[in-house]
Design a protein around this ligand. Structure first.
Ligand code: HEM
Length: 245
């Protein structure tokens, strides 16, 4: 009897051990993958999105007529006194143009990320052997006077009628193809929501007569050399809503 009981307990012990091993194999495989994915999303998604917001606000503070036009669009499309939400973003094409124009002038990944040619090819008359590291100068393409009218001017209107964030290969702030940015949809929503709310709720102006310094600093995601400083005042139409927050 004790022999039988002993073999049953051995059987259950083995079963438990096998289950534990299976669980470890499953999570041991997934946890490093999940951790890496989370780190990649945070690393690739934070400075790029916040930098775009800062460049966009700086450009708008230097071009107050753009803020007025964006506010007029929001006031017409969204009921008075209600804070815009994600479902409103598609109703705001001019806001979308502002973000595109910001990404054209100040792409957070000016050279995309390094790619490698998978086979021999020729680009613009240059022979590129297989396995060559390729850097795409998106900043150069998006500021090229042969492709853009007055490329150094902030003109969101140039994107009117463009749906999405690609115009052939002359505008591709999120890269292109299989290794293009997987966070594009999220980034465009987050940036539009934040900028839209800032414009809807506040009037913005420069701290003094001087234009906001638009020099580029050093860093991977094209930061501003000087952080933006600006003055804001709550818009009378939003006072009630903001006081209830
Ligand atoms: C304005 C915001 C953003 C811009 C301009 C941007 C731009 C880019 C660009 C240009 C690339 C390289 C594409 C290529 O070389 O073809 C890239 C890669 C990537 N981005 Fe973004 N990104 C933004 C936000 C985000 C967000 C919010 C996330 C995730 C939450 C994200 C996740 C990634 C990842 C994981 C990669 C690497 C993809 C790969 O190597 O296959 N990005 N991004």
């Amino acid at each position: 009897m004790s022999k039988i009981r002993g073999s049953w307990s051995f059987f259950f012990k083995m079963k438990r051990r096998r289950k534990r091993k299976e669980k470890e194999a499953l999570w041991g495989h997934y946890i490093p993958g999940l951790a890496l994915l989370t780190v990649a999303m945070i690393a690739a998604g934070t400075d790029t999105s916040s930098g775009t917001m800062e460049w966009a606000m700086s450009l708008m503070v230097n071009n107050p007529q753009v803020i007025k036009k964006a506010q007029a669009e929001i006031d017409v499309r969204i009921e008075k006194g209600r804070l815009l939400d994600e479902s409103d973003i598609n109703k705001l094409p001019y806001l979308h143009c502002i973000i595109n124009e910001t990404l054209r002038m100040y792409p957070p990944a000016p050279l995309l990320v390094p790619h490698e040619s998978s086979q021999d090819c020729a680009v613009g008359g240059f022979i590129v052997p297989r396995g060559t590291m390729l850097l795409v100068n998106v900043w150069g393409i998006q500021s090229d006077p042969k492709l853009w009218d007055e490329p150094t001017k902030f003109k969101p209107e140039r994107f009117e009628g463009l749906e999405g964030t690609r115009e052939g290969f002359k505008f591709m702030p999120f890269g292109s193809g299989r290794r293009g940015c997987p966070g594009e949809g999220l980034a465009m929503r987050v940036v539009a929501l934040a900028l839209g709310a800032l414009i809807q709720c506040f009037d913005w102006e420069r701290v003094d007569e001087k234009m906001v310094d638009m020099s580029e600093g050093l860093g991977i995601t094209l930061p501003k050399a000087q952080p933006l400083e600006a003055k804001c005042r709550t818009r009378s139409s939003m006072l009630n809503m903001i006081s209830q927050l």
